[in-house]
Design a protein around this ligand. Structure first.
Ligand code: SIN
Length: 509
């Protein structure tokens, strides 16, 4: 068995940063595809939030984060994230990330919904994620102590008799199952948008890290909070291309098919209202059989291609010219605030198991993430995790036996479709008790009947999200219960779950 000081699972920004921060420890970096490829990080358009502007401060950034989170943000966690933001930006700039700058060579700062200041750093206009991933992949590939294990699937976290992490089991593309020894495992597997019929995430983002951590006994948190982005491009594509909120930051407006403004009468911040408010509005219009559009013809117009090249290219693929035409949009699953519960150092409840990036529930996003805080979190937590591993985890891992795994079975597309429809319409933008119960039953049946471990894990994770949504009998942030349409004081707390929240058959199927 090959042994490392640590194993990191995830080829997106958080995983690669964790591997880099752990240098010079010997790290195996496991990724589902090639490093950086087919990750939400690489597709991020909006940018990375940090209080680096002259009129800004970490206190203001933290206050906006707390306000967006609808009463559930852990204030000290938000304060620490905002405080660490400017240093994290310098850190990734030193790794080769080229942020957009103004004529004076200061960072060019954009604004997004619910931010009270211009504090969004971008690269290449709306190609921030691509630039981040380009630079960080290059840094990883030139680090001799990091061994990338690409095109591999993590199967289970291995635990010793005392319940401590001792390694990871993974399957290579060839089908070979391999055990890798390490006394620290960092999960950075991304989100779960791929569980939903409409998503801006890679469709392979199905909460696999949550399934892994839950099987290892880790505590999960805030699972019911799934953020829907109001402006995914409404075209026949899966996943859907994102139409960045930065466009609304620059003055683009949401309209219906008659050209009437959609957000003016809904919220004082209009088109820059918190994302859940805008997503609900777009969802309601679409559910009524109407169409929603983003109109950037006045605010951006002729400069669109230069200023938003990624969105321009996506529109062009579907014959839409956003310089002169309105862009059709739909609400799509975009970001999971919940995940594996971690503390300020990224530690989970299982000794030696860490999580960072979207799969982690740090407490900073509350019921509704402030746009562009997630990339920041993905570069701040890896350093803390690396420091903790260095300080507390023994570098030697005991050997362990490799259990037998059945050969992987592909689930038919129709079963994936069934699962994703159940999630979008039952556990989606709007929820109610009957819809959640029906979705839970559908997920249970899918999980029980399938021979595909991947589909079973997806049904388990979806079931955990639905169960948490059923328990929260109120509307708060991204969690909208039409049968409990207001926030309830008694529900103003984070939620915690474990695998035991599902019926026994669904846990082990
Ligand atoms: C966007 O560009 O609209 C997305 C930014 C984010 O989700 O943080």
């Amino acid at each position: 068995m090959k042994a490392f000081d640590a194993v990191v699972v995830g080829g997106g920004l958080a995983g690669m940063m964790a591997a880099l921060e752990l240098r010079p420890l010997r790290v195996a970096l496991v990724s589902y595809r090639s490093l950086g490829e087919w990750t939400s990080s690489a597709w991020a358009q909006g940018g990375i939030a940090a209080a680096v502007g002259d009129d800004d401060s970490p206190a203001l950034h933290a206050a906006d984060t707390v306000a967006a989170g609808a009463g559930l943000v852990e204030k000290r966690v938000a304060a620490r994230l905002a405080f660490d933001g400017p240093h994290a930006i310098e850190r990734i700039a030193s790794l080769g990330v080229r942020f957009d700058r103004d004529a004076q060579e200061h960072y060019a700062l954009g604004r997004e919904g619910a931010h009270s200041r211009r504090r969004i750093l971008r690269a290449g206009g709306d190609a921030t994620g691509a630039e981040l991933v380009r630079a960080i992949v290059a840094a990883v590939r030139t680090s001799p102590t990091i061994e990338p294990l690409e095109n591999a699937t993590a199967l289970d976290v291995a635990l010793d008799r005392d319940g401590r992490v001792c390694g990871l089991l993974l399957r290579h593309k060839s089908g070979e199952v391999v055990a890798v020894g390490a006394s620290a495992v960092v999960l950075a597997t991304g989100g779960l948008g791929g569980l939903y019929r409409f998503t801006t995430n890679p469709t392979s983002s199905r909460g696999s890290g949550i399934a892994l951590a839950a099987r290892a006994g880790a505590r999960l948190a805030d699972l019911e909070f799934v953020q829907f982005h109001p402006t995914a491009l409404d075209v026949p594509s899966d996943p859907l291309p994102l139409v960045t909120e930065a466009l609304r930051g620059e003055g683009a407006v949401l309209v219906d098919e008659t050209g009437a403004r959609l957000m003016e009468a809904i919220h004082p911040l209009g088109d820059l209202a918190p994302r859940d408010v805008v997503a609900r509005r777009v969802f309601a219009i679409r559910s009524a059989g109407r169409r929603a559009y983003l109109d950037a013809t006045q605010a951006v117009g002729a400069d669109f291609r230069e200023r938003f090249p990624t969105v321009f290219a996506a529109c062009a693929r579907f014959g839409i010219d956003p310089r002169v035409e309105r862009i059709p949009v739909v609400a799509a699953a975009h970001y999971h605030m919940g995940g594996i519960a971690v503390d300020l150092a990224g530690r989970t409840s299982v000794e030696g198991l860490y999580a960072c990036g979207e799969v982690a529930a740090t407490g900073v996003h509350g019921a509704n993430r402030l746009a562009s805080n997630s990339l920041l979190e993905s570069v701040v937590y890896p350093e803390r995790i690396a420091n903790d591993i260095r300080a507390t985890v023994l570098p030697s891992a005991s050997g362990f036996a490799t259990p037998a795994y059945a050969a992987p079975v592909e689930a038919p597309e129709a079963q994936w479709d069934e699962l994703r429809q159940a999630m979008y319409f039952g556990v989606g933008v709007e929820r109610n008790e009957a819809g959640l119960e029906a979705a839970l039953e559908r997920l249970r049946m899918l999980g029980e009947r399938t021979a595909s471990a991947e589909l079973r894990d997806a049904a388990t994770v979806g079931g955990l999200v639905a169960r948490a949504a059923l328990r929260r009998r109120e509307t708060r942030g991204s969690h909208v219960r039409t049968d409990f349409p207001a926030p309830a004081d008694g529900e103003r707390h984070r939620s915690f779950s474990t695998l035991a929240d599902l019926p026994v058959a669904a846990q082990t199927a």
